[in-house]
Design a protein around this ligand. Structure first.
Ligand code: GAP
Length: 540
């Protein structure tokens, strides 16, 4: 846990230091839940979006029947007629349960608080054991009738502070045994059992205090996540509008336009990448839960009888896309939703989850949304949303399969996966710690960096010429300042797959060195072959 927290801190710090991601409006103290992408970050994020757009819209793979998938793109406005959000259900239902602390005024998502139950135990076991049910049975625990709330992902120190407040003792110390958590207060021992307070209705009566300061919490209330704004000069209810909380509704609202203006036929998909806004109660885990973020969504329209097949196809294809771009399959998992978890209109849903340093969380959801959205828009707009199949003479409202992913979450996952520490020799041959981002070549912000060894003897001119030749075709970088070893290290931290150095030998035989980011091996090749060398190895 501490290691993982440490790892996340290192990634956030590297992201800031090397210009991947900055806190938004930092010079004014920042603003919670908003982030800016710096020079390297904007390239990385663009590469994620370009890879998705290429693989989904420009060059889609074959579908489950072996035929090419029909897919077109859209770019809809962020502010739409508010009726859209009435039809979609966002006005009435897009909310989270919220509680506020009357003392420290913090707002918290009620379903993100964990209830810890305090039980007395006679002794804290010496040996390590996992928190398996049968192992815990060995612990003779009796509930004391006391419980306290902690925020999800709370550190040991935060849990200890909450428990000290609850028990009114400053001496309480947390003791870990395997995955089980105990506490010790002098010669009194406690076992801490935890679960979501919403999952534990029997704990609802326990005195729930603010996990941060111990203050009294307000009762739960529903909080709509849509940002409001006004369109035009009047700030009254007739001018009220919303920043879209998802890109999907723009696709549904344009489904008929696309059908009428293209020659596309069911089954087909409409894809969109764009900003979405949610006034999240607790933005956190870096960019993972932001208030402004980007989505990459597909709405795939098919015959209701074909929907199960297309659902399985998209679920598996999207899962594979992340593996193909460098996420280890052992850190990815497909979590099929249980029936009880499904939205009332959905027939099936699966989350593609990645094991971030702060825990396994959703990257993308794939859902069979049935004909719910088009039926709703037909009802609220009065427009006919049916599709007429010329071949079968059948008229129907298509079912929709929706793979809906977050650009920022995917970018963060690629960043976490790429982060590695190893050792590299410095100028004197002594091994030094190295931080390297091992990005998939398609995603690496810079593909090749070109250096002159020193700033004399015509080396900068030669290096500039190589850089210019590369920059016409791929993201290249030129650097002539500082020791060459340090320049390599900077590129390792940026995730650049190749560094090319012009040195004394270049003038003699026209060759340069090419250093590989991952193996750190160097080879000599003719200067005019650099572009072809890099392209061949990166498959770009
Ligand atoms: N149209 C369906 C839809 O919007 P969602 O699960 O609410 O479904 C889809 O969002 C994806 O958008 C998520 O899997 C996640 O990657 C991304 N996403 C959602 N909320 C986000 C937030 N607050 N910050 C960053 N990404 C978010």
């Amino acid at each position: 846990m501490a290691d993982e927290q440490d790892l996340m801190e290192k990634i956030v710090s590297l992201a800031k230091r090397r210009g991947f991601i900055y806190p938004s409006s930092e010079i004014y103290g920042g603003i919670n839940g908003f982030w800016d992408y710096g020079p390297l970050g904007v390239e990385l994020k663009r590469n994620v979006k370009d890879a998705w757009w290429h693989d989904i819209v420009r060059c889609p793979a074959a579908g489950p029947d072996g035929r090419p998938i029909q897919m077109v793109g859209l770019d809809c406005s962020i502010i739409m007629n508010p009726k859209v959000w009435e039809a979609s259900g966002h006005l009435s239902g897009f909310s989270d349960p919220m509680v506020t602390c009357k003392e420290c005024k913090r707002h918290m998502r009620a379903d993100h608080l964990t209830m810890s139950l305090v039980c007395t135990v006679s002794a804290i076991p010496d040996q390590d054991f996992a928190a398996e049910d049968d192992a815990l049975e060995e612990v003779d625990n009796e509930p004391t009738g006391e419980g306290f709330l902690v925020a999800d992902g709370a550190t040991i120190e935060e849990i200890q502070a909450a428990l000290r407040r609850r028990l009114g003792s400053k001496r309480v110390k947390i003791v870990l045994r395997g995955q089980a958590m105990f506490a010790q207060d002098g010669n009194k021992n406690y076992f801490l059992e935890s679960g979501y307070n919403t999952d534990w209705p029997e704990l609802a009566n326990l005195d729930s205090r603010c996990p941060h300061c111990g203050g009294e919490l307000t009762p739960k209330r529903q909080f709509n996540l849509m940002f409001k704004t006004y369109v035009g000069a009047m700030e009254d209810s007739s001018a009220l509008a919303y920043l879209r909380p998802e890109t999907a509704q723009g696709i549904f609202a344009n489904y008929k336009n696309v059908l009428d203006t293209t020659r596309i036929k069911v089954p087909f998909g409409i894809a969109q990448i764009g900003k979405a806004f949610r006034n999240e109660i607790n933005p956190r885990y870096f960019t993972f839960r932001s208030r402004e973020f980007e989505q990459m969504e597909i709405e795939f329209f098919c015959h209701p009888k074909e929907a199960d097949r297309w659902y399985e196809y998209w679920r598996d294809a999207r899962f594979k896309w992340y593996i193909d771009h460098g996420l280890k399959s052992s850190k990815l998992r497909l979590r099929n939703h249980e029936k009880e978890e499904l939205a009332h209109y959905a027939r099936a849903c699966a989350d593609i989850e990645y094991e971030f340093p702060f825990g396994a969380s959703e990257l993308e959801g794939v859902a069979n949304r049935t004909d719910f959205d088009l039926t709703q828009h037909q009802k609220f707009s009065g427009r006919d949303m049916t599709y007429f199949d010329d071949d079968t003479k059948e008229r129907f409202i298509p079912y929709v399969i929706e793979p809906s992913g977050g650009v920022d979450r995917a970018t963060l996952a690629f960043l976490c996966e790429a982060y590695a520490e190893d050792e590299a020799p410095d100028e004197k041959g002594a091994m030094q710690k190295r931080t390297v981002l091992r990005f998939h070549p398609r995603l690496a912000p810079v593909k090749v960096a070109v250096f002159p060894l020193v700033r004399k003897d015509g080396m900068p001119e030669k290096a500039q010429a190589i850089y210019q030749a590369c920059a016409k075709h791929l993201a290249a970088f030129y650097d002539e300042k500082g020791a060459v070893g340090r320049r390599y290290r900077r590129q390792d931290e940026a995730g650049t797959p190749f560094c090319v150095t012009v040195d004394g030998q270049t003038r003699e035989d026209g060759t340069v060195t090419v250093r590989d980011r991952d193996t750190m091996q160097q080879v000599r090749i003719p200067a005019e072959g650099v572009l072809a060398y890099v392209r061949e190895r990166l498959h770009i």
